[in-house]
Write a protein that binds this ligand. Structure first.
Ligand SMILES: [Zn+2]
Ligand SMILES: [Zn+2]
Length: 794
């Protein structure tokens, strides 16, 4: 705070200091320079294109009335591809106007052919409602757009099925309502010209694999009625969107990725909080993450960085003192409150009363309260706001002078969405990514090309997962008997899944196909795991707060767990696995809870492998047995471990897909790894490899697990396993296998580039380690990965 003069506080109306000057003052504050990279993202003028000649005058006029003078080039390109019958995915930045790319061909076709229909799918009802407003505002004759989802009154449903030509819904409704009722929809499906899949990057993992089959079921019904709709998909920027869209739809898809929309200039700084001296002892670990993601617990061994929360709070105080309107994104509500409180305190110390211009924002505000916040920030009554990502949904804040991002938000799409809040029209803005204690954050601040270069993270899904395929084939068989041609449509593993369903008595084979044998339909939840989800119930009111996957329920809902739901804190009284529910009460203790598990793994089969001399790289099926055995309570403010409490939960079995690598003991000895250090070397490499996987595939910590051992019974060698945390696999391990050398190179670099000496949460320590981060050897982990990379072909 010493450098900031309170006299510079402005009302927030005028132009703030230039971003480069502001950044210079911020980084001059402490001893070392925390900035690892500054990227000037230049302003970009949009590249407009003429309206495509096929777009009818009536449609152009409607868009012009809504303020769209001409399409941007990527919109015109994607629209024309779709109009000409190509399946297309448009994968460009936030606010680049992806909707015009599908609205143009879809609406042009509806106007040209008075019988044609369009089906629009969004991941959420809210997005479908937004899109409905946008299409309805065009006031096109005879289109009659309508939402058809769980909230649609029964009385309106029949009218929509008969008369709407632009139906907006979600995959769940398609799965539960439209496809089972295809007879009532035959008129609509027979004339279906386009299927629009918005925000298609959200269909990933197990959910994405289910949706992929729902789309195949849709294509099958259309084909029965003689329709072959064109698919138009909209995606956040990602690595290889054409492949992901192709897997999702089962069709060849052309990608349009060149973003021609205009954007403001941003000075983007990558900020790594400094390491604290090992003996300072006073540093609280970062508690900005969800429970279970705080730093490791071997305090005596730990060397930590200054917390990203502290750093963000100081930056917020400094920018506010400069009169700069600033939004700080923090991952948890508690973290946002800590940032706001610390910034307020620093400002009040400098000038009493100044702290009042900083606030914390959390989810659950009423619409009027949100509008009031927007107003206060717009007018400069409020200069600083610390927020969770809740802000992404529901508050319209644009044109801020600076955005602080406390911790990498998990995907590049979210990062740019948050950074995109900065920048008033025509003015440069500042964005700062403050790295948390996490191997991926560490890697990113040292590898700006991973943020500013071509995207590598891909949306992955695995339609061949038999835990998804078999129930989806059962649903399809109810809708119409399965034929040999359908086995091709549903892809790899379909024949085996049908055979299993026949053996289980669910299907009966007749000369005309496979028939569903039961009276009732199979119960299949697209967002579930196969196993029943656990209902979270507030005991005093009986209110259902939400559901948690069976897979993560032992971690999140064990007795005593602190469970966060929409920003409100609950404590679990009881987890009743037999009834599938957890009873909770409202309570906000000043600790968080962190479950521990022990894991056992055996190899079932090998799908594919690379024999690279002393190194082997494998993809295959494994059985994982894990048991949550205890949990720790840690103080939120300091990260201090209060105690560890035992739990009595049953072991869980999981058959899934894993990637693993083996090394010969000789190669390790040659690389200088003492045999006593092999377990710590492999363990450290495993932690960092798991931490870096989100760089290659969009996933979060519940999606992946790992195990390492100096000698494994099935491989008979030192081995590191990384597996999908979902029954049957969800594509993460497969992606890791496919990008193994890039993935492990990034892992190696993240460890080597962390400035700590013996390993820290920024490199090799893991918040979810079942062994208390013991043993770990940072230098030997680098040697292990060097051996792998030296032998593995690129
Ligand atoms: Zn480190
Ligand atoms: Zn571990």
């Amino acid at each position: 705070m010493e450098s900031s003069s309170p006299a510079t506080v402005s009302a927030g109306h005028g132009p703030g200091p230039a971003p480069a000057d502001l950044l210079r003052r911020l980084r001059a504050r402490g001893a070392g320079d925390p900035v690892t990279h500054v990227e000037r993202v230049p302003a970009r003028a949009g590249v407009p294109a003429p309206w495509p000649s096929w777009a009818p005058a009536e449609l152009r006029a409607a868009f012009t009335r809504r303020g769209v003078v001409a399409p941007w080039q990527h919109q015109a390109q994607a629209a024309t591809l779709a109009y000409e019958g190509d399946h297309v995915v448009v994968a460009t930045g936030t606010a680049s106007g992806k909707s015009l790319a599908y609205q143009l061909p879809a609406l042009a076709t509806l106007l040209a052919d008075p019988r044609a229909t369009v089906l629009y799918l969004a991941p959420t009802k809210a997005l479908a409602a937004d899109q409905l407003r946008a299409v309805a505002a065009l006031e096109l004759e005879g289109v009659r757009p309508a939402c058809y989802d769980g909230d649609t009154p029964r009385a309106e449903r029949e009218w929509i099925r008969r008369h709407s030509r632009f139906v907006l819904t979600n995959p769940d409704m398609l799965h539960h309502g439209i496809l089972p009722g295809h007879a009532q929809w035959s008129g609509f499906l027979r004339r279906l010209a386009y299927v629009v899949i918005d925000e298609c990057h959200t269909y990933r993992g197990v959910f994405g694999s289910h949706v992929a089959h729902v789309l195949r079921r849709l294509r099958r019904q259309c084909a029965r009625f003689g329709a072959t709709p064109v698919f138009v998909l909209a995606s956040a920027t990602s690595g290889d969107p054409a492949t992901a869209a192709g897997r999702l739809t089962g069709l060849p898809v052309t990608a349009v990725t060149e973003d021609a929309s205009p954007r403001g200039g941003v000075t983007f700084a990558l900020w790594e909080p400094p390491l604290l001296p090992p003996d300072s002892g006073a540093a609280p670990p970062d508690s900005s993450s969800v429970p279970g993601q705080a730093a490791g617990d071997h305090d005596d061994l730990r060397q930590v960085r200054r917390s990203a929360l502290r750093e963000t709070a100081d930056l917020l105080a400094d920018t506010v003192a400069e009169g700069v309107r600033t939004l700080a994104f923090v991952r948890s509500r508690k973290g946002a409150e800590v940032v706001a409180a610390n910034a307020r305190r620093s400002l009040d110390d400098a000038v009493p009363g100044l702290g009042g211009r900083v606030a914390a924002y959390r989810g659950g505000y009423l619409r009027e309260e949100r509008r009031e916040l927007e107003r206060a920030l717009l007018h400069g009554d409020l200069l600083g706001l610390a927020s969770t990502n809740a802000l992404e949904l529901g508050v319209d804040l644009v044109g801020l002078d600076a955005v602080l991002i406390c911790g990498y938000p998990g995907t590049r799409a979210s990062l740019w969405q948050q950074a995109g809040r900065a920048g008033r029209s025509g003015q440069e803005a500042l964005a700062v990514l403050v790295a948390r204690d996490d191997p991926l954050d560490t890697y990113l601040v040292h590898h700006p090309e991973a943020i500013f270069g071509a995207p590598v993270e891909a949306t992955v899904l695995d339609p061949a997962n038999r835990y998804v395929l078999a129930p989806q084939l059962a649903c399809a068989a109810v809708e119409a008997p399965l034929t040999p041609a359908d086995l091709v449509l549903f892809g790899d593993g379909a024949k085996e899944a049908v055979d299993e369903l026949v053996a289980a008595g669910a299907l009966r084979q007749r000369p005309t196909g496979w028939y569903w044998r039961h009276r009732e339909r199979p119960e299949v939840d697209l967002r579930g795991e196969g196993g029943a989800p656990i209902a979270v119930v507030e005991s005093s009111t009986g209110r259902l707060l939400g559901t948690v996957d069976g897979g993560s329920s032992h971690f999140l809902l064990h007795p005593g767990a602190v469970y966060l739901h929409q920003g409100v804190s609950y404590v679990v009284d009881e987890l009743d696995l037999a009834d599938g529910c957890a009873l909770v009460h409202v309570e906000e203790p000043d600790w968080s809870t962190h479950a521990r598990d022990v894991t056992d793994l055996s190899v079932v089969s090998v799908r594919s492998y690379v024999d690279a001399g002393p190194v082997g790289m494998f993809l295959g099926e494994v059985d994982v047995t894990s048991q949550v055995v205890s949990y720790q309570r840690r103080r939120i403010a300091t990260g201090e471990v209060i105690d560890t409490r035992p739990l009595d939960l049953p072991a869980r079995e999981l058959r899934t897909v894993a990637v693993w690598f083996t090394l010969s003991p000789q190669s390790l000895a040659l690389a200088g790894v003492q045999s006593a250090d092999v377990p710590g070397a492999l363990h450290a490499a495993e932690h960092a490899a798991i931490g870096l996987l989100p760089l290659m595939a969009t996933c979060d910590r519940w999606d992946i697990g790992g195990l390492s051992t100096a000698v494994h019974a099935d491989t008979e060698a030192p081995t590191v396993f990384v597996y999908d945390g979902h029954p049957g696999g969800a594509g993460f391990a497969e992606r890791a296998y496919g990008t193994a050398s890039a993935w492990l190179r990034a892992t190696r670099d993240a460890i080597a580039e962390c400035g700590c000496e013996t390993g820290c949460p920024s490199c090799v320590q893991s918040p979810k380690c079942g062994n208390g981060n013991n043993p770990l050897s940072k230098p030997d982990a680098i040697r292990v990965l060097d051996v792998v990379l030296a032998n593995l072909p690129e």
